[in-house]
Design a protein around this ligand. Sequence first.
Ligand code: OAD
Length: 291
Amino acid sequence: RKLRSLTIEGVVEFIKTEKPKNIIVMTGAGISTSAGIPDFRSPGSGLYDNLQKYDLPSPEAIFQIDFFEKNPEPFFTLAKELFPEDLKPTPCHYFIRMLEKKGLLRRWYTQNIDSLEYLTGLPEDKVVTAHGNHHTSTCRKCSTKYDLGWITAKLKDKSCKVPHCEKLSCGGVVKPDIIFFGEALPRRFFHCAIQDFPQCDLLLIFGTSLVVQPFASMVNEVDAECPRLLVNLEAVGRASRLEEMIGTTGLCYGRDGNTRDVFWKGSCDEGARKMADLLGWDAELDILIEQ
Ligand code: OAD
């Protein structure tokens, strides 16, 4: 079960001939930029280059839990302006949905908190939101849970700078259940990962810089022979020579001795459409996109 050629065509050929039934997809902010949501680290357009007005000690501080404890206002100001309404999944999102429709998808691990995965109609158990989501929110003081409707109303309310717990005499800050730096990932991430990754027969990675841990290191948790395809605007995820020498692994595309890793440089939507075309799924994909 090897790739005959280390190209995107070779990966599609592998899907056609080997019919892998345990494909794992890993995604990041790059798959949602075409839906109108900025990523984090792209120079110029990424979120971290556009936070000057918040006067933060560092751009990442806006998602750091210890900073949030001291000053939650920048996060909520950003949250209020970040997500436009009426978001629609991208062609790449729908391509992943098609993998599920064809019975090939084991699980979709996403770092994104935009919930666009669910809007494709994918069954919820197929998705693991590694960095949480904002379907629920929790009071930092008394742990009371609030639902999506509650937090959405608070974020839309111009007079509310920071949402506070409404339980009598509590008044704690209520934070959406997205994972901040310094917080543990959801239990479900570990629970699913430990079962899924050893079974993976093809790993597809779309639109992520592969720098945030532990998510990024999951590429190392598949079998040593398992083919891995990265579709991204830039080459990411490879350990440097020095890291390699001290035992840090990563993707091996472009390296001597690589027999299983492929990097396809381009947008997630183009990559997904190319795969759909080669698989003969293009018409079906168009129907899903237009639904
Ligand atoms: P990043 O912004 O770090 O990386 C996005 C990657 O996608 C970059 O390598 C871009 O070049 C690439 N990219 C952008 N648009 C693309 C497109 N249309 N097609 C293909 N590639 C594209 O975003 P993530 O890797 O998701 O965590 O960031 C990981 C985590 O860092 C986030 O979940 C968030 C952030 O801090 C937390 O806040 C905990």
